[in-house]
Design a protein around this ligand. Sequence first.
Ligand SMILES: [Zn+2]
Length: 231
Amino acid sequence: MRLLYRFENGHEVYFTTKVEGDARELISCGAAERELGERVGRAIRLGRLNQIHSGIVHLIGCGERQEADSSLPDGDGLVACSGDFGLGVLVADCAPVALTSAEGIFAAVHAGWQGVSKGVLPEAAAAMRSMGASEISAYVGPCIRSECYEFKGPELWEISRELGGSVVGRTSWDTVSLDLLEAVRRSLAKAGVGNVEASQACTACGDEYYSFRARQSQERHLMVVVPGGGY
Ligand SMILES: [Zn+2]
């Protein structure tokens, strides 16, 4: 697990790569929670979702514990305000998006093209605001980039109608593609989130990543956003 990004308010974004193996195993054996705890210097509960490529966002309260995978809520965004929690999403090509606010409210979002189309990012921002967040900042972790993401069909034109023509790109082999990172940026901008930083990595052509699109990987990366050690 490596530290990918630290927000101004001290909230941190961690990410696992192929080096550590399938993140689902790191979670099920407890290694992910243990390492997070060591990183931030206190016990961390890892909040997670049964991800379904939706626009659904859940709030996690204080003292709540997710016991088993079967009890995970269906959805693609998680919001919390407690330093007891790290919020995790599993990805391989889809964009993992960390959101935070000066008030200490934070979120993790699994944003593939479907979730972006269904408005998962504005939903997450709205949920954060309902808990008192004012200005929201975002960090987008490694995802499949435009040059590797061939994308055809009516869905692409629907996304571009919604978010603008800049989401349509070209692959390195000169076919039409979806610029998922640009779609994330546009969707966040529409939700009033203008301060967005992003990893430059591409999961499809980067050696250290799993890619469902490029290599049919069944394994996943874990991104976690967590209030850092000074919390
Ligand atoms: Zn690439």
